[in-house]
Design a protein around this ligand. Structure first.
Ligand code: ADP
Ligand code: MG
Length: 286
């Protein structure tokens, strides 16, 4: 079970003066159960790539396979692929429209023609997976919720379709720090609790570092680097070349090392940095 992209090329507006090569020579496998981050500067091709994963776009060249099905080969199977690969768009709260949270989350499963009982079960399960108390939230109007809560409802709407893969395109864009933390915490718990594969798209290194197992770095439509967060962040210069910074804490560690602090270079979180810095301070004091 995996998503496989082979030799992907994607061109927008072919045959017009606006022709754009959005993706080029992409080869990539995402295995069931993984938690992957796709990162890149604006315009690097992130959104285009994930739309190929669920058949919203078909590659100009190359092929995408989802759990052994070639995307676009059989038009009738597209619906099935879209169900397997759940895509949460940027600013998904704009797509909330029902008068209650429960009805909104039920919209997708209802369209699958499931029994009312199964729909209700899925709605409850999905809302709980994103951290809500079902009874408290079910009758609320989506429009009365905070930014972070609205987004969690939108994510629940996709989860209620029971996808094998959950793709989130810039899920924290436009949220304040509290909203961002809320979303990331829920995504992390969700990945742990269910066996859904999570693909998190972001332009922020800070966000991705703490969460994912593997990072895919896109630049100008190509895969520029790929590896664990630690492997990627240890190449700060390479990242800066393509307009991506490293997490602030990693650059503080880098500067401290330059000043002669004997601490390990591959630190990604404030907690880890605290432990390492205190160790070094103690060593210096003795
Ligand atoms: P990202 O999500 O990383 O910001 P996109 O996949 O949106 O990148 O864009 C990749 C490239 O394709 C950019 O050059 C962008 O301008 C172009 N592009 C994206 N969507 C369209 C579109 N609908 N029509 C034409 N060009 C597009
Ligand atoms: Mg995008």
């Amino acid at each position: 079970m995996s998503i496989i992209a082979e030799n992907i090329k994607y061109i927008y507006s072919e045959g017009t003066p606006f022709k754009t090569l959005a993706l080029d020579s992409i080869n990539l496998t995402i295995k069931q159960g993984e938690f992957v981050g796709i990162i890149g500067h604006t315009g690097s091709g992130k959104s285009t790539l994930i739309q190929l994963f669920n058949g919203l776009e078909i590659p100009t060249e190359g092929k995408v396979t989802v759990d052994s099905r070639v995307v676009g080969e059989d038009k009738k199977k597209l619906k099935l692929i879209r169900q397997t690969v759940g895509l949460v768009f940027q600013y998904p709260e704009y797509q909330l429209f029902e008068e209650t949270v429960a009805k909104d989350v039920a919209f997708g499963p209802m369209n699958l023609g499931l029994s009312q009982e199964e729909v209700d079960f899925r709605v409850k399960e999905a809302l709980e997976l994103v951290g809500f108390n079902y009874n408290k939230i079910k009758d609320a109007s989506p429009f009365d919720l905070s930014g972070g809560q609205k987004r969690r409802v939108a994510i629940a709407g996709v989860l209620a379709m029971k996808p094998n893969y959950l793709i989130l395109d810039e899920p924290t864009a436009g949220l304040d720090p509290a909203g961002r933390n809320e979303i990331f915490k829920q995504i992390k718990t969700l990945h742990k609790k269910s066996n859904v594969t999570v693909i998190l798209v972001s332009h922020s290194m800070e966000d991705i570092a703490k969460l994912v197992d593997r990072v895919i770095v896109l630049s100008k439509g190509k895969i520029h680097m790929e590896g664990t967060p630690k492997e990627i962040y240890s190449q700060a210069e390479e990242l800066e070349k393509i307009g991506l910074g490293i997490p602030q804490i990693a650059s503080i560690v880098k500067e401290l090392r330059k000043c002669g602090f004997n601490i390990k270079p591959d630190i990604l979180t404030v907690e880890e940095a605290k432990i390492e810095i205190l160790k070094e301070v103690k060593r210096r004091n003795v």
